[in-house]
Every structure is written in C-alpha cells, then in structure tokens.
Design a binder for this molecule. Structure first.
Ligand code: VGL
Ligand code: ZN
Length: 210
C-alpha cells in the first residue's frame, strides 16, 4: 500500500510522552511505552514536528498533595471550573518531566511547555484550563501556515482530547492517530473518542503514513 507523504502545511503534534506518563511513572498511562517506536517512525516522516511537555511547579494546584484531605483523582471546584487532582507529576526539571529517553526529540522544531502557572492546570496544547490563557501554539501555526494537524501521545482522555478539541474550534483540520495514543482509563478514552467523533475531528490510524 502506498503511504502518504505529509505536506508542508501539516504538523505532527506529540503530546506529553514524558517519563511520568510512561511505565513506572507517577501518573502512568497503561501501554504508553508501546507507542514510542511507531511514534518515532511517524516523526521521521513529518517536516513540522511539535512536542508538548507537561511542566509543573512542585506546588502546582492540580496536585492532590496541595489540598488537605484530598487524594489523587478526587475532583474539586476551582475559579475556572472542575479540576481533577493528580499525583505529583512532571515537576519542572525532574526526571519524570523529561521526555522518554527513546522518543526522537531531535526532529522537533517547537516544544510547548504547559502547566507552569501554579494556579491553573493546562491540558491543551493551545489554551490553559481557564480556556483563555494561550500557549502561543496557534500563533506559531498561523505564522508557519499550518492548517492541518495530527495528534499522537498521552493521555488520550485528557491532554490529547483537550488539544484536539481546541484545535478544531480554532479552525484547524484536526486528526487523531488513535493507535498512537493511550488513555488513562478505558471508559474515559471511549468517551473522549465519542466526543471527538461528534466534533469534526477525524479519527484515523498511523497506517496512512507508516
Ligand atoms: C495529563 C493529567 C495531568 C496528560 C497531564 O498529559 O494527559 N494528564 N496532567
Ligand atoms: Zn499535568
């Protein structure tokens, strides 16, 4: 089968393939390590590769340890709405925040760090969870005339989903390569795929390219 070569107006956005989301990490996503080899193959086919990196201060508001009497996966109400509490993860400069050592990061032209504001979580590559503080990604894509993006990475039901939803509402043609995403739970991953499917997001797999 002939494989499609991505055009220059298309970017691959690789979400949060960091140690804390991989095997043995603080917020492990089941099966995360299994997507890395194929992700590298895909990275090699794209001219525009963008990585995101969850990058929290040690006392970030999303950490259960910062809220007395709370535990990971509790949901609380903050100024900007509901917030799931997480185990401490991806602390700036820590081993857990580093990209997985097998991930080809050399090809990346842009790395977007997110979640560095202590009082706001940031799942999406485009906007923090208040949905108005921008990461700058849209400006970069505009400047580079990129109007079509493909998402892979972690976690399908959290950061991949929110990134793809912001992408489609920003008027970008948006694709999810489902086989190169892993979610925190089966149930929320199924829900996320349903929500994305109902939007104009195209859910495909990597065999189109590799
Ligand atoms: C993520 C939970 C908390 C993710 C980041 O990358 O999906 N999930 N921070
Ligand atoms: Zn996080």
């Amino acid at each position: 089968m002939t494989k499609i070569q991505p055009n220059l107006n298309e970017a691959l956005i690789v979400i949060d393939i960091q140690n804390d989301f991989c095997q043995g990490g603080a917020l492990e996503v089941p099966g995360a390590d299994q997507i890395i080899d194929k992700s590298n193959k895909l990275i090699n086919r794209f001219d525009q590769v963008i990585l995101t990196q969850d990058w929290h201060p040690y006392d970030h508001i999303s950490f259960a340890t910062q809220h007395e009497g709370r535990k990971p996966f509790d949901i609380i109400e903050l100024d900007y709405g509901k917030q799931t509490l997480w185990p401490d993860h991806c602390i700036q400069g820590s081993h857990g925040a580093k990209f997985h050592s097998k991930l080809n990061t050399k090809a990346a032209k842009l790395i977007i760090r997110k979640g560095y504001n202590k009082n706001i979580d940031s799942y999406s590559a485009f906007f923090e969870n208040d949905k108005c503080t921008s990461t700058g990604l849209k400006g970069y894509l505009n400047e580079k005339k990129i109007d079509k993006v493909y998402f892979i990475g972690l976690a399908l039901d959290v950061c991949v989903k929110d990134s793809a939803m912001d992408s489609i509402t920003s008027g970008i043609q948006t694709y999810i390569l489902e086989d190169l995403c892993k979610g925190l739970s089966k149930q929320t991953s199924t829900q996320a795929l349903e929500i994305m499917n109902k939007s104009e997001i195209n859910i495909i797999d990597s065999s189109k390219f590799i």
